[in-house]
Design a protein around this ligand. Sequence first.
Ligand SMILES: Cc1cc2nc3c(=O)[nH]c(=O)nc-3n(C[C@H](O)[C@H](O)[C@H](O)COP(=O)(O)OP(=O)(O)OC[C@H]3O[C@@H](n4cnc5c(N)ncnc54)[C@H](O)[C@@H]3O)c2cc1C
Length: 478
Amino acid sequence: MKERAGHGRAEHAADRQRPPEVSHGSWGHAVVIGAGFTGLLTARVLAGRFDRVTVLERDELPSGPAHRSGLPQARHPHGLLARGALIVEDLFPGVRAELAAQGAPVFDFGAGFATRLPYGWAPRRSVGIEVQSFDLTDLEAVLRARVRALPGVRVRDGFVVEGLHLSADRRRTVGVTGHHRADPGHEPVRIEADLVVDAAGRRSRLPGWLAAAGLPAPRRLEVPSPLVYSSRMYELTDGQAPDWLVAFEMTLPPSVDRGGAAITVDGTRRLISLVAPAEELPPPRDDEALQRFAATLRSPHFAEVMARGRPVSPVYRCVVGGNHWLRYDRLRGCPDRLLVVGDAFCAFNPVYGQGLTVAALQARLLARLLATADGPSGLAHRFQRRAARIALVPWLTATAADGGWSSEPTGRPARMIRGFLDVVLRRLPDEPELYARFARVQNMVVSPAVLLRPLLARPGRRGRRAARTRLSGPSRDR
Ligand SMILES: Cc1cc2nc3c(=O)[nH]c(=O)nc-3n(C[C@H](O)[C@H](O)[C@H](O)COP(=O)(O)OP(=O)(O)OC[C@H]3O[C@@H](n4cnc5c(N)ncnc54)[C@H](O)[C@@H]3O)c2cc1C
């Protein structure tokens, strides 16, 4: 089937437009709050324009890969979608190879994933999309080292930002205030800046800082999800590698509420996450109950690794709560020279694996705006409006799906998206061509619109028969 995915190729080409090269800038000093994935990418992009970039991070940062309290999600499997990986590689050439040298495998999304969809197994064949699986702490350590090496960039760890410093008329951000954690008196420190970027993640305190300055706070949209995550690292030492690099079992609100993900982080280690509503997931210390839970999944891979592998970490439980979007893009009276990026702006239910890629797309957007702007004034408004456009499709797909958890009636557009998704999912196990398109959509390489054409075409006889036999619903074979 010929794909009208000139679309996808055009987006790839656009991703390859490099941000301004790192050169001595002329826009003064930029401050980034948070040295997570988003903060690091943002610092890389700003380094092309500003004389100095300071990344302020509350945690004491390790010199290599290690867990830290400000990054609790790193205990759980993370997948960087193909689109996000492309942008990361453009910003930091050679990162994929560096991670691969540490053992993180690169593989085809179709061939390397063993994906249990709600209505059957995804076809196991190449879809032409390369992805890499890794531990988030490894990715962060590599990015952090690269950012630290950039001229004009300083990563100041152990510094807690506590508020904004505004111009007298409160129309412009002129810096931040905070304190060093090592300072016993927590003496307030003021840092002047020509641009401030909030990359403080889900726990950003910016709405409170704006309110404290007598300014309006953004409207918060929220779509909850009941799912929680229990994750643990296992080592497989029996020398028999499974025939998958990532095992994934998809949830589908409201009928399939149990799932999981298991990723290969290096030659021997697999990071497993079991996903279910809080009341169904056994407590972290109850090994036997977790094993029994894994055995209820339709994919055998989770129980297999748990039975064969040796646990090399405790079980970490994470309650995310779902999706939220702080509408800074619609906020009137927001001071200029203040940008909000990554999870601090819009955060998604992790089961959809979109957060890192949306943050990468925002970094690429910022690079483009910096390339054409005369200075930092007016940038914030333009950035936030266009960042909202980036967030929109991921937001609509995640929240439409999660609307299915709610007992309240959801809007018609959300019901239509759920209906469309259900039709696609029923056909995927028997239609490798459609699955290849779906994989491209999942990886944000092309727009979901590419699924419309094959769906409007009548399925072949085999597909119709298969879809009929699946009408009884996704939980049939549990
Ligand atoms: C269980 C789970 C699984 C996930 N799986 C995936 C996945 O598979 N794929 C995917 O794309 N995304 C996934 N995500 C989402 C992904 O983790 C986030 O989108 C991403 O990490 C957000 O990065 P960030 O830099 O915006 O925020 P964060 O990673 O939260 O970083 C914020 C940083 O700011 C620092 N900070 C906060 N406040 C202050 C302050 N006042 N002063 C100084 N520093 C401060 C914090 O210490 C932290 O280092 C998952 C999330 C969870 C919870």
